[in-house]
Design a protein around this ligand. Structure first.
Ligand code: ADP
Ligand code: MG
Length: 277
């Protein structure tokens, strides 16, 4: 088994894009699983009330399960919500439950409402006897307090982009929001990684969108692209990542390639989103 170059400090990535259905959750679980399979210890925090990441990792997330909701409200530490996954012994998950849907509103009246995930995660990482090499936070497709908590907790933003006509449209709004977060809440946040997903090499449109994104973000876009693949879309209904479901499929190999590239590049980035607007 290949062992990644492991990062010296924990890399905390939020997987964000205000568009729904662009592959945020799919990318979160399959990249996390790929890195775990390359020898890293990886934690996935499911911050979407839909709980799709928890489902794909085979982690229970019934309403009574201790979840990221309890962590955000301060009723549990992150360690209490941590669960092993059936996917890989190196891969852990803090599930979301449907309770999280109300959290956007419940958080409003709490002190330090934007910092709650960061505080809980930092306390967990400091207390944990085990090293975590990567933390991935799967975000809902909106800029509410949940997503803001993810931006404040993370050092890196990973943006999955679906290679279709309107791909770049929502992006400038996302960049604007990231700049606001950098200015007011988390100066250390940077866009480290952009991953092209659901790529169909047979269409001119996909190639055009891909080259446009690469021209705008030459340092961030991974060389690896994720093809549209039935195996990738089937895996979650079995409560599996694509690596567990069909590890030899092109989709699994593409995520392994993306993971290797991420590990080799490290967290180096250009923190000014200014230039890219
Ligand atoms: P998001 O989290 O951004 O809403 P998802 O990761 O849930 O997006 O993906 C949206 C849908 O597209 C899901 O049904 C998922 O299975 C499917 N999907 C994601 N990536 C691929 C891919 N590379 N090939 C085929 N289907 C995909
Ligand atoms: Mg999702």
């Amino acid at each position: 088994e290949t062992v990644s170059p492991l990062p010296e400090a924990t890399r905390i990535l939020t997987v964000s894009n205000q568009k729904g259905g662009v592959g945020k959750t799919t990318t979160t679980v399959n990249l996390a699983s790929a890195l775990a399979r390359r020898g890293a210890r990886v934690l996935v925090i499911d911050l979407d009330p839909q709980g799709n990441a928890s489902t794909a990792l085979g982690v229970p997330h019934r309403p009574e399960v201790t979840s990221v909701y309890d962590v955000l409200l301060g009723d549990s530490g992150l360690a209490d919500a941590l669960q092993p996954t059936t996917d890989h012994e190196n891969l852990w998950c803090v599930p979301s439950t449907i309770n999280l849907a109300g959290a956007e509103i419940e958080l409003v009246s709490l002190v330090a409402r934007e910092q709650r995930l960061r505080t809980a995660l930092q306390a967990f990482l400091a207390e944990s006897e085990d090293t975590y090499h990567y933390v991935f936070i799967d975000c809902p497709p909106s800029l509410g307090l949940l997503t803001v908590n993810a931006f404040v907790a993370a050092d890196e933003v990973l943006i999955p982009i679906q290679c279709e006509y309107y791909a770049l449209e929502g992006l400038s709004q996302l960049l604007g929001n990231i700049q606001l977060i950098q200015k007011h809440l988390n100066p250390d946040l940077s866009i480290s990684t952009i991953l092209l997903t659901m790529y169909d090499a047979r269409t001119n449109l996909a190639q055009e969108v891909a080259s446009e994104v690469r021209a705008h973000f030459p340092d961030q876009v991974l060389g690896a692209v994720i093809p549209r693949s039935v195996r990738i879309s089937e895996a979650p209904s079995y409560g599996q990542t694509v690596h567990a479901y069909d590890g030899a499929s092109i989709g699994a190999l593409a995520y392994l390639e993306a993971a290797a590239e991420m590990a080799e590049r490290g967290a180096k980035v250009d923190s000014s989103t200014e230039r890219q607007n």
